[in-house]
Design a protein around this ligand. Structure first.
Ligand code: NAP
Length: 276
């Protein structure tokens, strides 16, 4: 078994995830895994970094596929005896003018952004070594979507006592409500991406609370963040930040020094803790 520290970035064959791997290759003292659902696209990305003189390793990971997540978990357990850094970056967004019915958009978006990310956490967080760092890439859209929820939903999502099961129930209810076309009446905003990222931010708050309760002495730090508005296939060419600039906050959180006792369970953008 290797004692080398290990970092994993989900959805890192392109966009912000790729830039996060690039930065970690330069700054993380250990093995960095670029992961992708498609091995061809993943290997191509690794080769691109190699041309830049950077060494990333590859492992397949489709966060929609529990078997794929578990295969990565078993690999990490066997080869490294755990995990030091996890960046949950993989995500999807329908384009604004996409005509796919809203209920379908809601189901598909929540499946990857919330349920897929949660499944990765369920399988990989138990592997975290002391001083581990976890970064869940959310979005500022989670904050604006929260502001457009009913008072009752806002209270639930801001609660310091909400459980993971309750959050899963709420995310499931959103999808069901869109199918019945009652989501607005039930207090939801009209954005599937926004609700999925509310889920990611609230999940991060819950998970950090659980780490504080169950693994207090292990100094693990877990946060959600927004990378900013970044020029990728998701956000398009008019966004303000380059992918490398978008990677800055996630990388800052992934590399918080071992003597840091925060941020913990926060929503961070531009390296600054934001009020949730
Ligand atoms: P992107 O260029 O579209 O890249 C998304 C990455 O996620 C791709 O590598 C994609 O792989 C991967 N992915 C999607 N579904 C996956 C799955 N089921 N399993 C594994 N990988 C999967 O988007 P981006 O802009 O870099 O976004 C990265 C993250 O930042 C997302 O979580 C996004 O919501 C968030 N974000 C972006 C912005 C922005 O302005 N760009 C702003 C706020 C937050 P494929 O190539 O196989 O599709």
């Amino acid at each position: 078994m290797s004692n080398v520290p290990v970092a994993v970035v989900t959805g890192s064959n392109k966009g912000i995830g790729f830039a996060i791997v690039r930065a970690l290759c330069k700054q993380f003292p250990g093995d960095v895994y670029l992961t992708a659902r498609d091995p061809g696209r993943g290997q191509e990305a690794v080769a691109k970094l190699q041309e830049e003189g950077l060494r990333a390793l590859f492992h397949q990971l489709d966060i929609d596929d529990l078997q794929s997540i578990r295969a990565l978990r078993d690999f990490l357990k066997e080869k490294y005896g755990g995990l030091n850094v996890l960046v949950n970056n993989a995500g999807i967004a329908f384009k604004v003018h996409d005509t796919t019915p809203f209920a379908v958009q809601a189901e598909v978006t929540l499946k990857t952004n919330f349920f897929g990310t949660r499944n990765v956490c369920t399988e990989l967080l138990p592997l975290l070594k002391p001083y581990g760092r976890v970064v869940n890439v959310s979005s500022m859209v989670s904050s604006s979507a929260l502001g457009n929820c009913s008072r009752e939903l806002q209270q639930k999502f801001r609660s310091d006592a909400i459980t993971e099961d309750e959050l899963v129930e709420l995310m499931t209810k959103f999808v069901e409500d869109t199918k019945k076309s009652v989501h607005e009446k039930e207090g939801w905003p009209n954005t599937a991406y926004g609700v999925s990222k509310i889920g990611v931010t609230v999940l991060s708050r819950i998970q950090a609370r659980m780490l504080n309760e169950k693994r207090k002495g292990d100094h693990i730090l877990l946060n959600a963040c927004c990378p900013g508005w970044v020029r990728t296939d998701m956000a398009g060419p008019h966004a303000t930040k380059s992918p490398d600039e978008g990677a800055e906050t996630p990388v800052y959180l992934a590399l918080l020094p071992s003597d840091a006792d925060g941020p913990q369970g926060q929503f961070v953008s531009n390296k600054t803790v934001r009020t949730w």
